[in-house]
Write a protein that binds this ligand. Structure first.
Ligand code: AKB
Length: 317
């Protein structure tokens, strides 16, 4: 029997493409998309959709009962840059939504949970290159604190209550369907849009700031694969390190210039530079590769080609 899935935060950057992929795998009617508003009309009109506040336990519970949900993907969150502007809102949304879903799993209302963590769990005292799975985590952003604490709670609910919760630490995700919002890695999406629209981009991170990144297709592949993995193979119930590519604003600009020689980049770092400086530049994800055979497909060059091709079509139409 196919799973009955609820995606909370389905209109966001990752939620949008996750909804499409999960509907391909499980069937449109078996995947209920939800969000606090209807900001992505293509997604809202593409299949079952409910308006849902991730902070409202009873609303999530009623939705799970009404739609006989067994699996929840909790994608709603305030990200790193927005979290610094609205710290208490970030704490409220990121933590309470997680408790609501974990408690539904604890009471056996649902069977399985996916919750994304992030490279933001790391901080300035973390080894910066090839950051290991188990290492110092002293995040300095509110978002990072919520993700680190969330990881501890996921592991706790798994150990104490047998909750089947699975998680990966996403790096910056690059995609061409829905825009990201409020993250420090967002520059790596904006740059492609501006390349197509204006032929130039002003980066809010400095030229040599290397961060771990990943093309959306790889992120969706990782998410569906960890959820399909045999439970006994998963040795990590906090969150898995996940890695694909690592590059700086200068290097992504060079990869665009290889396709568009007239593309120009300038640099004007803002408050997000300090956040980026507190994060690793590359990640060791060997545990994920061993436990559930994770591997990525896209490098910077292949990703740039797809991004420019798809965005050119979007802006033409
Ligand atoms: C952000 O920049 O805040 C996010 C993340 C790395 O989790 N993209």
């Amino acid at each position: 029997m196919s799973s009955k899935i609820l995606i909370i935060g389905a209109c966001g950057q990752i939620g949008t493409e996750l909804t499409i992929k999960l509907r391909e795998i499980h069937g449109v009617d078996n995947v209920i998309a939800s969000d606090i508003n209807t900001r992505n009309l293509d997604l809202v009109n593409a299949g079952p959709f409910v308006i849902l506040d991730a902070k409202n336990f009873n609303a999530i519970k009623d939705c799970c009962i009404n739609h006989k949900i067994d699996t929840v993907y909790l994608m709603a969150a305030l990200l790193s840059a927005t979290g610094e502007k609205y710290p208490m809102e970030a704490w409220d949304l990121n933590m309470n939504s997680l408790f609501h879903v974990l408690n539904l799993a604890k009471s056996k209302q649902i069977k399985k949970v996916f919750w994304p963590s992030s490279i933001a769990v790391f901080g300035p005292s973390t080894p910066r290159t090839q950051t290991p799975q188990h290492t110092i985590c002293e995040p300095t952003t509110v978002y990072g604190i919520t993700k680190q604490v969330g990881e501890r709670w996921c592991e706790y609910y798994h150990e104490k209550y047998g909750v089947d919760v699975r998680s990966i630490r996403y790096p910056g995700i690059i995609s061409h369907k829905a825009m990201p919002g409020g993250g420090t890695t967002d520059y790596a999406v904006e740059i492609y849009h501006e390349a197509i629209k204006e032929g130039k981009y002003e980066s809010f991170l400095s030229e040599n700031t290397h961060l771990p990144m990943m093309f959306m297709d790889d992120a969706i592949k990782a998410t569906t694969e960890i959820m399909a993995a045999n439970s006994e193979h998963l040795s990590i119930r906090s969150s898995y390190n996940l890695s694909a590519i690592s590059f700086s604003p200068k290097e992504i600009a060079e990869s665009i210039q290889a396709e568009m020689p007239n593309f120009k980049i300038t640099f004007k770092p803002d408050f997000r530079q300090a956040i980026a400086d507190s994060w690793p530049s590359s990640i060791d994800d060997s545990v994920a590769r061993k436990d559930w055979n994770w591997s990525h497909d896209f490098n910077l060059h292949t990703m740039t080609k797809v991004m420019l091709r798809e965005l050119a079509k979007t802006y033409k139409s």
